[in-house]
Design a protein around this ligand. Structure first.
Ligand SMILES: Nc1ncnc2c1ncn2[C@@H]1O[C@H](COP(=O)(O)OP(=O)(O)OP(=O)(O)O)[C@@H](O)[C@H]1O
Length: 616
């Protein structure tokens, strides 16, 4: 989609609103024709050249009525413009957000969150600006045509001599906007980098302090700030320079009129009223030329915005941006929640996303064949992974650091888009893993739990309706009951970035409770216990085993507590399955597994090899 098509699609999103807006602004831009003619009449009546014969007071009343009429029109124009702009902006943001939310979770945005926010804010604003200005350009062109016709009829030579040099000066200045465009893109880019840096800095305060990297981080921030300052300065300087050329061109034109009108007035071919009309229209005609230039600039900036927004779509068609979808602006139309009641908070809104997961198709066996995914930027990932899970089994994926464990579970769950391979649920192929593997089919706890600034209860439920003791059971299974009792407000304590900070282990168990409160056929844990002490981890697995019934578990772990309970273990190395079997099998034949199991503890190796394996 090119910029013209983009602009057209935005305009035709609400054609009626656009038409009303264009009509309102065309009338607003045409309106000065009237006071111009009235002003001419006023001066002509003072010098006795008036052809209409209105009294001075009559003319003043006309002038005021015309001004009042224009003010009222401008109010209407702003209402239609704001309405049109906001609807366009909301459509773009809505479509972008929907696309981002539908992307495989682990690759939702190709930039940092700060940069993505700047795309959502600035690039959408830029697109709105250009579409909104197209209305002004049309209105102003109508004004220029009518006013030029009137002026040419009064004095064609004068019209040409005054306006032609002005058109040339302003058009040349306008050509310089190509440079402005370059400076604007650079300043946008540098602002996005600074915003991104701030968000990363705030998100990593602890890591920065622990590494003693404050000075380096500030130095880097200063360098980015410096680059932004230079880019912004160039942008500002160029903008002001062009603005001053445009605004001074009115004075230049008035001077030209004064020079030429003197002689003509002496000869009696040009009245004072004609002079007043020329000066009056001059401002508007000059504005027209510079505003056409402004529109061209906005249009060019719109193409940069389109490019940046398309980048955020990661290869999807840019048409997605302008697809006509409901905005849900009607206040009465509340989003349905699971409980059926209309809710307004964000988390409730999340639960309103349809959960396409009927209960009837309970998991009997899950089969994965030739699953592959390669990260485009590193060329690493997983390749040709094959695995089978049967109902009620407990499978552990283990392997060295960076061997592809997380990538495997994410690709299986559709959080990363598989390159190759098939996934069958009870023998039926899973087409879209991302939407298929959701509760109640499957629930997942990521390696790094994400908590929101909200109550512990809402963090666990995430909009799901509380049913009976489900929350208490999930808390108990996740070994959270002691922690909840310690929190000042219990389950209603606000946690997350703007609340009480939880320890790594507490955050992991909160994430586990979030998963367990959703009854699922398949539970997937990615290194759930990495921040837990052995005793808590032991309890967690015991309670999990008590609770899960015949639910199937797929667990990424290298901890003995989990490995010892596994029915089946998959050992990953360099993105492939290196070995698989039970722990006793693997201890005999897989050197990678032996290393993982024993670590450096060679003393215990002999002892454990000779001891029968502890039963579950
Ligand atoms: N977002 C990413 N972009 C590019 N490469 C990545 C990304 N995430 C992981 N990788 C690479 O893919 C490989 C597998 O990573 P993965 O996180 O799946 O390993 P892992 O076995 O889960 O590691 P760990 O035990 O540290 O959690 C690694 O070599 C890693 O460098």
């Amino acid at each position: 989609m090119n910029t013209y098509q983009y602009l057209l699609r935005l305009i035709t999103y609400r054609p009626f609103l656009y038409f009303i807006n264009a009509l309102a602004w065309t009338v607003i831009y045409l309106a000065p024709i009237v006071p111009g003619l009235v002003t001419k009449e006023f001066f002509d009546s003072l010098t006795g050249n008036s052809k209409l014969g209105y009294s001075v007071w009559g003319i003043i009343a006309l002038l005021m009525a015309a001004t009042l009429g224009r003010i009222m029109l401008i109010v209407v124009g702003f209402i239609t413009d704001v309405n049109f702009r906001f609807r366009m902006g909301m459509l773009l943001r809505r479509n972008l957000l929907e696309h981002v939310l539908k992307q495989p979770g682990a690759r939702a945005i190709p930039v940092s969150p700060g940069e993505a926010i700047s795309h959502f804010r600035d690039d959408v604003d830029q697109s709105e600006e250009a579409a909104s200005w197209s209305v002004d350009v049309f209105g102003m062109t109508c004004f220029a045509a009518v006013s030029c016709y009137i002026l040419i009829r009064i004095d064609a030579q004068m019209t040409l001599l005054v306006f032609l040099p002005l058109v040339i000066v302003i058009s040349v200045a306008q050509l310089a906007t190509a440079r402005l465009q370059k400076y604007r893109a650079a300043s946008r880019e540098s602002t996005a980098k600074v915003t991104g840096e701030i968000s990363e800095m705030f998100g990593n305060v602890q890591a920065i302090q622990v590494a003693g990297a404050e000075k380096r981080v500030i130095d880097r921030f200063r360098r980015l700030g410096d680059t932004r300052r230079k880019a912004m300065l160039k942008d500002r300087l160029m903008t002001e320079l062009l603005d001053s050329i445009f605004s001074n061109s009115v004075n230049l034109g008035t001077g030209l009129i004064l020079l030429l009108a003197g002689q003509k007035m002496r000869a009696g071919t040009f009245t004072v009223g004609d002079f007043a009309l020329f000066v009056y229209y001059l401002t508007f005609v000059t504005q027209f030329i510079s505003n056409v230039g402004k529109f061209i600039t906005y249009f060019k900036q719109m193409s940069v915005a389109l490019e940046r927004l398309t980048f955020l779509l990661q290869g999807a068609s840019a048409k997605i941006l302008t697809m006509v979808k409901s905005l849900h602006l009607d206040k009465k139309q509340k989003l349905p929640t699971e409980s059926g009641a209309g809710e307004t908070d964000d988390i409730a809104a999340v639960s309103a996303i349809p959960q396409a997961a009927p209960r009837d198709n309970s998991l009997q066996h899950l089969d994965v064949q030739g699953l592959s995914y390669t990260y485009p930027d590193t060329g690493r990932g997983i390749s040709g992974v094959q695995l089978s899970l049967t109902r009620g089994s407990f499978t552990v994926i283990t392997g060295t650091i960076g061997s592809g464990k997380t990538t495997l579970v994410r690709t299986l769950l559709g959080l990363l888009p598989k390159d190759e391979g098939t996934i069958d649920w009870n023998g039926n192929p899973v087409e879209d893993a991302g939407t298929f593997f959701t509760p109640p089919r499957s629930a997942y706890t990521a390696q790094v739990p994400r908590l929101y600034s909200d109550t512990l209860r809402n963090n666990i439920l995430l909009g799901q309706a509380e049913q009976g003791d489900s929350l208490q059971h999930a808390l108990y299974a996740a070994v959270m009951e002691y922690d909840v009792a310690q929190l000042p407000g219990g389950l209603d304590t606000v946690i997350g970035p703007r609340g009480v900070k939880l320890s790594g282990g507490q955050a992991q168990r909160t994430a586990a409770a979030r998963m367990l409160v959703r009854d699922a056929e398949l539970y997937v844990f990615d290194d759930l216990s990495s921040a837990l002490d052995v005793e808590t981890e032991q309890k967690l697995w015991e309670r999990m085993f008590e609770r899960r019934g015949d639910a199937t578990c797929l667990v990424v772990s290298h901890r003995k507590t989990a490995l010892a309970r596994a029915d089946h273990i998959i050992v990953m190395k360099d993105g492939r399955i290196e070995a698989e079997g039970t722990s006793s099998d693997l201890l005999q034949r897989s050197s990678t597994f032996q290393e993982l199991w024993y670590g450096d503890d060679h003393a215990t190796k002999e002892m454990e090899l000779n001891e029968p394996f502890r039963s579950k």
